[in-house]
Design a protein around this ligand. Sequence first.
Ligand SMILES: Cc1cc2nc3c(=O)[nH]c(=O)nc-3n(C[C@H](O)[C@H](O)[C@H](O)COP(=O)(O)O)c2cc1C
Length: 200
Amino acid sequence: MLDLIKSRKSVRKYSDKHIPDEDLRKILEAGRLAPSWMNVQSWKFILVKSQENKDLLSELSVGQAHVKNADALIVCVADKNAWEETKITHIKNPALNPALQGENGILIRTLEQLIYPIAYMMLEAESLNVKSCIIGALGNEITGVLPDVYTKAKQKLGLNENQIISTIITLGYEAEHTETTKTRKEFDEVVFLEKIGSKF
Ligand SMILES: Cc1cc2nc3c(=O)[nH]c(=O)nc-3n(C[C@H](O)[C@H](O)[C@H](O)COP(=O)(O)O)c2cc1C
């Protein structure tokens, strides 16, 4: 697993080769199986293959070309409805029940749950040699940019007012191979033993 993580990189230039449905299904299945708070599974994943929807989502992503040039997209939707649908109303302590953490808390918790399936899908894709890029720069309720495009995209994708387009994953085969260079903070800059400043 660590070798896969080390070799993965964001890829933004794709070849014309199509990803088989079988592999797309495996990638989506990895997302479906991700863990979540009290198993709330507050997510929807919309597979997009049509050029029309890719173009619209590229526009929503402030014109990022790799969104329209990818072979397929996974639109990751944060679904605030899920907290109500999950039978956790008997839990009265807000620390244990995000549904009691207020509007802002619910928003943060719902977005938080999506991180895990996104990571799972990205790594499953990598294991199938399907390259990806996470797209967070887009118009939605959080950024407040491109409100008209966002409304159109939500309508087109069949989303309701409690469902937020949080993230898009672009998928495709690499147009030309480039070496992976990881620019990351050093281990001792981010990892500590017992307290900040103490090395592991
Ligand atoms: C939450 C999130 C949002 C991101 N949004 C974008 C984006 O909108 N466009 C883009 O090209 N890359 C985006 N990225 C990719 C990062 O730029 C990339 O992961 C980072 O520079 C590290 O490079 P690497 O993935 O090749 O290791 C995003 C990554 C994350 C985790």
